[in-house]
Design a protein around this ligand. Structure first.
Ligand SMILES: *Cc1c(COP(=O)(O)O)cnc(C)c1O
Length: 405
């Protein structure tokens, strides 16, 4: 047995791990499709997919094949050379979106950092260096770098890390607040078309269209963070397609590598016009190994039948969850979200609920506003969804008991 495999079966020994996570006492050894297995062979149904990352489930044959084949050829060179895999993946993403150009990163956060840099540099080059402010929204999540936490405006993440400069935080889905806030120092508006960590809140289509209009009228750039809601999760390739309002800049990650760390910034040629030679870079971003897996993942995610499947299974989930809401009115408050980014707002504490779900061998994600989220692999079948909902109901019964009802 290798050392990590042996450690997974022994007692927790995390004294050398920085204590920024309150981890569930579970270690998985392998995964297949929507199932995860511990070292002891216990099966769990995975409806969080590593926070919307394992969109194709675990050990998807196309991803394993791409990783193995590339792993034996070439892992890494440097962005000072051509990387053909980048050229192919960038074309695929641009052909299927509003964008003209792409830059590959290692994570969603890095794509967000680059989005902010791109927006500021755009205005700087247009002779308006004072336009540095990013307007963000309550309940948003853009990652954990200094710029990303400041853009999200979540005080739990910004307090203790220095002054917040160049960011404005507004309520989600409040058009008047945006109109009042956009001014001569505004560089960009940054929004998740469907909030992930904030609790699966979906912006109204007309709201996104109105943001687009405000941006057009004021020369402000519109940035969509689709790191979580993009790449098929909502039942369209990109969540913004529901509203038909295109951004100038968009970030993707999570599902892009299906578990291999890779993100991307997409932009129109105009919005990216300030990003000239030497203004940005990355050692690892878009290396051949990442591109092999990214290309394989995107090929799967682009299949039209997957879109239909997501819409069908999501419809089933929501219909069943509405039924559970009627049966457990003391536990479930609201069902929301879009596609397979489903939020269930609870009346009982969500942390305790997630433990009840784990006790029933169901993995679900938490979220803001006392939500839990279903973020299953997009390939989840209806019968697997039925099993997930049965386990979810077991957790509802336990939560109802907690509530003394
Ligand atoms: C996860 C997430 C990020 C951050 O991505 P990392 O890969 O963790 O850096 C940014 N934005 C949204 C909407 C996310 O869900």
């Amino acid at each position: 047995m290798t050392e990590p495999a042996a450690a997974a079966k022994g007692p927790v020994k995390d004294e050398h791990i920085m204590g920024v996570y309150k981890r569930a006492p579970l270690a998985f050894e392998r995964g297949e499709g929507v199932h995860l297995y511990t070292g002891d062979g216990e099966e769990y149904l995975d409806c969080m997919a590593g926070i919307a990352v394992n969109a194709l489930g675990h050990s998807h044959p196309a991803l394993v094949k791409a990783l193995k084949e590339q792993g034996e050829k070439l892992w890494h060179v440097s962005n000072i050379f051509r990387i053909p895999g980048q050229e192919v993946l960038a074309k695929k993403l641009c052909d299927h979106s509003f964008a003209d150009v792409a830059f590959f990163t290692n994570s969603g956060t890095e794509a967000i950092e680059l989005a902010i840099k791109t927006a500021r540099k755009y205005h700087y080059d247009k002779g308006q260096p004072e336009r540095i402010d990013i307007i963000g929204f309550e309940g948003s999540f853009h990652g954990r770098s200094l710029a990303a936490v400041q853009a999200s405006g979540n005080k739990a993440y910004t307090d203790g890390f220095g002054p917040v400069v160049g960011y404005v935080n507004l309520p989600y889905d409040d058009l008047e607040a945006v109109k009042a806030a956009v001014g001569p120092t505004t560089a960009a508006i940054m929004i998740e078309p469907v909030q992930g960590e904030g609790g699966a809140r979906s912006a109204a289509d007309c709201y996104l269209r109105a943001l687009r209009q405000i941006c057009d009228q004021t020369g402000t750039l519109l940035i969509y963070d689709e790191v979580q809601c993009g790449l098929g999760r909502t039942g369209k390739l990109f969540a913004y397609e529901w509203a038909g309002a295109e951004p100038d800049i968009m970030t993707l990650a999570k599902a892009l590598g299906g578990g291999f760390p890779v993100g991307v910034l997409l932009a129109t040629r105009e919005a990216a016009s300030g990003m000239t030679v030497g203004t940005h870079g990355s050692t690892y971003g878009g290396n051949p190994l990442a591109m092999a897996v990214g290309n394989a993942a995107v090929d799967e995610l682009l299949k039209p039948e997957l879109k239909q499947h997501v819409n069908d299974v999501a419809g089933y989930f929501v219909q069943q969850l509405q039924g559970l809401k009627a049966r457990y009115p003391d536990v479930i408050d609201d069902v929301r979200g879009k596609g397979l980014l489903i939020g269930v707002k609870l009346k009982t504490p969500n942390r305790a609920f997630m433990q009840h779900a784990r006790d029933a061998h169901l993995l679900i994600a938490g979220g803001g506003d006392n939500c839990i989220r279903f973020l299953p692999p997009l390939i989840i079948t209806e019968s697997e969804a039925r099993e997930a909902l049965a386990r979810f109901e077991t957790a509802c019964q336990a939560a109802q008991k907690d509530a003394g009802k």
